[in-house]
Design a protein around this ligand. Sequence first.
Ligand code: V47
Ligand code: SF4
Length: 366
Amino acid sequence: MPSPSPTLDLLSAKLAHGERLSPDDGLFLYQDAPLEWLKERASEKRIAKHGNEAYFNRNIHFEPTNICIYACKFCAFYRPPKAANDPESGAWDYSFEDLEAKLAQYPVGSITEIHITGGVHPDRGVEYGEALCAFIKKLRPEIHVKAFTAVEIAYFAKKSGIEIPEALARLKAAGLDSIPGGGAEIFDPEVRKRIAGGKSPAHTWLDVHAMVHAAGLFSNATMLYGHVEKFEHRIDHMLRLRDLQDKTGGFKSFIPLRYRNDANALSHLAEVRPEDDLRNYAVARLFLDNIPHLKAYWAMLGLDLATEALEYGVDDLDGTVDDTTRIYSMAGGPSHPTASVLILEDAIRSKGRTPVERDSQYAKLG
Ligand code: V47
Ligand code: SF4
């Protein structure tokens, strides 16, 4: 029987031999590959890497402030510094005592990680980041502190008048364990300018992560998609991550984030369809071949679609979250994102996978 597509046959052979896909191959996958074919190839790759297991962790988020010097167009979360004292503005700025009260809700052993990201507050340098990490470690030394995006860290260093490696060394000494993948958005300069004009450029994000890895810490990487970018921009984004990962090996997880269109300056844009999300996960699994874990962040996507994504190359659903994030609920994600361990385990089992609780470095727990 004649083959439906010589290019698909070629790509199947490349993947079967563990050959790396070129940017043109990646583009073909986005534009022309049937979704069923992508699902099968991505599942083969995730099984080769992780067997039948799918991961989750027990975590909470802490978003210290939504006051931000930047004004990314896709962001429903930030409030400008002038809103800080306006009770009607929706701005917040939590104290360390607020954080202590939040942590007190979680007995020792009930969470393994705190994920901290927030607005880039104009007054905060590295001293703030150090104090926050040290405060958490003093209260709860057993909790992994995954904190501050590359954008926040670049600003800490600038505000304190020091180089980024020094800022990182100080944060690490104070208790920082890893950094999250936020702030990457889309690296292409034109698209970045249109959606996140003013925010630090792609090379700063990549440089900060390279320095994080050189400091002996690991990090994650995100990609915000489904707004004004084209498929070539997504490929360019993943290519830059793939190149850096070849050099440092310091990324643990890649987290594609679908643009959500509630209450922000790009709300006129429609969101992409669930099948586009699934295609994006599968392409990421095949093209971005050197970042071990592919995460469907259910608090952004909804648990049903994140569960479906387990069939498209995803091996991690993130964590229990427990209604501690507002970045997505303010932009159109689930309004009170919380999942018990049982809910996450059931979701994973519903796809015939074995649930595995992990720590922040993906060591298996229990
Ligand atoms: O960089 C903001 C995104 C990111 C919207 O490392 C939006 O484990 C969609 O980094 N629609 C921050 N996305 C969140 C983040 C993250 C999340 C989960 C896990 C990890 C990890 C990191 O949130 C921002 C931006 O790309 N974001 N607004 C929006 N309207
Ligand atoms: Fe600020 Fe981050 Fe929102 Fe951009 S995405 S406006 S940097 S909080």
